[in-house]
Design a protein around this ligand. Sequence first.
Ligand code: SAM
Length: 323
Amino acid sequence: MSIVDKYLRRINRLRISVTDLCNLRCVYCRPESGLDLAQHKDILTYEEIVAVVRHAVKLGIKSFRLTGGEPLFRKNIEYLLRMLGNVHGIEDLAITTNGIFLKDYARVLKEIGLFRLNISLDSLEDSKFERITRGGKLRDVMDGIEEVLRLGFKNTKINIVAMKGINDDEFEEFAKLTLERDLEVRFIEYMAMNKDRLDSEDKYIPMAEIIDIVGKRNDLIALPPPMLGSGAAKIYKIRGAMGILGFVSAVSQPFCNSCNRLRLTSDGKLRSCLLSGGEVDLKTILRNNPTEERLTDAFLRAAHLKPPVHSGKGHVVMHEVGG
Ligand code: SAM
């Protein structure tokens, strides 16, 4: 069986937020204090997450990404990782992490057969990194990156949220990480989703400008997108570099027409879109007579709710849905 939405997009990916908790409080993602977080009883258990994944596989969803909050911050995450590593039929299992605990988990991720990692990294300067993340240590992330490279992970992406006046002076340096490392350094357009926050729309830099800045002193060559997980990124390479560069334009050129994913929030909502569209309460089904028919119906309803394009300005709380 496979799921096709109203606009003939085939749904074959599920992004799973395993927790809304995070060890960091990045300025563009969370307020400094006062978050309304879910209670533990409302967060899906590991067994429930695995039940959803098993059912999704039956529906033709074979690609999964764990996110959060910070997925490696949830207690006993190794237990979930090992269970997922044993689910038959998964073709692509990935994680998005801030990398702080990566050094400790890289080996487990390798053992369970994780395919790919996305690591968020918004500055290469210790003090700026600490300011952006409100307390994170850059060294931890860099050690984590070196460890995953040492273990031979392929297609590792370093995600940089591009912010005017904050890290645009480092774009060229970020790009140079690819010179001798097998990494994809990816620049992501900043999404200003909640105007009350410290971050505001004046931080936004459109993709074309990001490419100009990166290419100022780097000799860039445009490449066709690679097959696996390339999503909607525009791909370049610095001439002679080992790794590649990706540029993601979720704001200036939304790629909704090729969107093939649903999202599972940590409190068990099956969401049709990051920014808009509706959601289906999967947790209630999981906790009350979760028959195959009812689970399938929930996935079909969520797919049906996918909008043709996102409205661009939803009030999204990244820590709930996962970026
Ligand atoms: N804790 C993990 C991490 O840091 O990667 C996973 C969760 S985080 C919400 C997932 C992604 O969302 C990160 O790559 C982060 O940079 C991105 N993100 C969060 N807020 C964003 C914003 N306002 N604009 C663009 N990307 C954002």
